[in-house]
Design a protein around this ligand. Structure first.
Ligand code: GLV
Ligand code: MN
Ligand code: MN
Length: 394
């Protein structure tokens, strides 16, 4: 799967709704059909593959993740959870294991939110927490609409992206941080995920020829952004708690060495377990940004793009995963997730839990992202038994 969108340095560039995303989806659908699963694609391009259970009317167990990646990202983020679930389903089929409940694999559309913001689009619409038409109208930096791109890659189907009852949702994922490796544990069991708040900031400056324009009286949009970005970086230290705050994306216009920057766009990402603290942090930051904008004469426009509250996972499923890890003799650790996942929206509509495996060097969203194969196997075994226990429940 990771050959599709592979980068020369061992990473993955498979942005949501790109040609690479289409190719990865086509391969997944082929594998699902070969595994004799009933495939459904919905109007958000979410892909489901179902293995029936004995009890036809029982709510299924759902498991999966996403196949889209960050720009020059890694091969494990998302893909591990999809391929891990496929391996579980193949194992059940090959061993003629019948379950009470159906087991369904899912590949959610645009988990990353890097090309089209916000993130978790497929699961968010499916769970009824994001508005489909608003999502359809979202554009990338080249002004291409989400809906048109979904059509272009032939994954806009007719089936409504509308939740149905789910008995349990599992998402198997790499940790994407340093904790498990540092403490020498193989399985991470998150009790939840921090809140994620996204903002888009647009600044207007006055573009001009750099040479003849004196330094006094300039309205340099990029200098304004530079000051603002440092305010974002200072925010967690100022607010305390477990907060992190990041500017990860910036566009400078017209981006020429001899033109004073006339227009800048940048993003702000604020995360914390404490939702109220994150809101207070933003209020504080917004005041600071407006003051910089006034002082430098660069009018500011702010879009509150996305807010998702912190997620608490299902305690019963957490205990189950813990017990399974013990039984399989994998050292495990309960922790928090600093990364967002489709499990955030799923937890709002169904009992949900996640299984983490260590990230080498704590690196993720980068080309060197890697997890030892023994750890991938361990996580998949925990996923298998978790899915099986839930699917055997009447
Ligand atoms: C998802 O990849 C995130 O931004 O945490
Ligand atoms: Mn992911
Ligand atoms: Mn990611």
């Amino acid at each position: 799967m990771s050959k599709i969108g592979a980068t020369p340095r061992g990473g993955l560039h498979r942005l949501a709704l790109s040609d690479e995303d289409r190719e990865a989806r086509d391969l997944l659908v082929k594998w699902l059909k070969e595994t004799k699963l009933a495939v459904t694609i919905d109007e958000m391009g979410n892909i489901f593959g179902k293995k029936p259970g004995k009890g036809k009317d029982l709510a299924p167990v759902l498991s999966g993740s996403h196949l889209d990646s960050q720009p020059n990202g890694g091969r494990f983020d998302g893909t591990l959870g999809v391929i891990g679930t496929l391996e579980v389903l193949r194992t059940l089929q090959e061993n003629d294991v019948a379950t009470e409940r159906p087991v369904v694999i899912v590949n959610w559309t645009n988990e990353e939110g890097s090309r089209f913001a916000p993130a978790l689009m497929g699961s968010g619409v499916w769970a009824g927490k994001l508005n489909r038409d608003w999502i359809y109208g979202r554009t990338d930096i080249h002004e291409r609409r989400f809906e048109e791109e979904l059509k272009r890659i032939r994954y806009k189907a007719k089936v409504p992206a509308k939740k149905w009852p789910v008995h349990a949702y599992y998402e198997y994922h790499i940790e994407q941080g340093p904790v498990l490796e540092r403490i020498g544990k193989r399985i991470g069991i998150p009790k939840g995920i921090v809140c994620v708040h996204w903002y888009d900031v647009y600044l207007e400056g006055t573009a001009n020829q750099v040479g003849p324009s004196p330094m006094e009286g300039r309205n340099d949009a990029l200098c304004s952004a530079a000051e603002m970005i440092l305010k974002v970086n200072d925010l967690p230290g100022k607010m305390g708690g477990d907060m992190v705050a990041t500017v990860g994306e910036i566009q400078n216009h017209p981006n020429s060495r001899n033109i004073i920057p006339g227009r800048v766009h940048f993003t702000v990402d604020i995360r914390s377990w404490d939702d109220a603290l994150a809101v207070r942090a933003w209020e504080d930051l917004e005041t600071e940004l407006k003051a910089i904008s006034d002082r430098r004469g660069c009018p500011i426009k702010i879009e509150e793009t996305w807010r998702i509250k912190h997620t608490a996972f299902n305690e019963r499923l957490i205990r189950r995963i813990l017990k399974i890890a013990d039984r399989l003799e994998y050292p495990s650790h309960c922790m928090l997730s600093g990364a967002g996942h489709d499990a955030c929206y799923m937890a709002q509509v169904a009992p949900t839990a996640m299984i983490f495996v260590p990230s080498i060097g704590g690196r993720s969203h980068v080309e060197v992202e890697k997890t030892k194969w023994e750890d991938c196997v361990a996580g998949a075994n925990v996923l298998l038994h978790s899915i099986l226990e839930s699917a055997l429940e009447k």
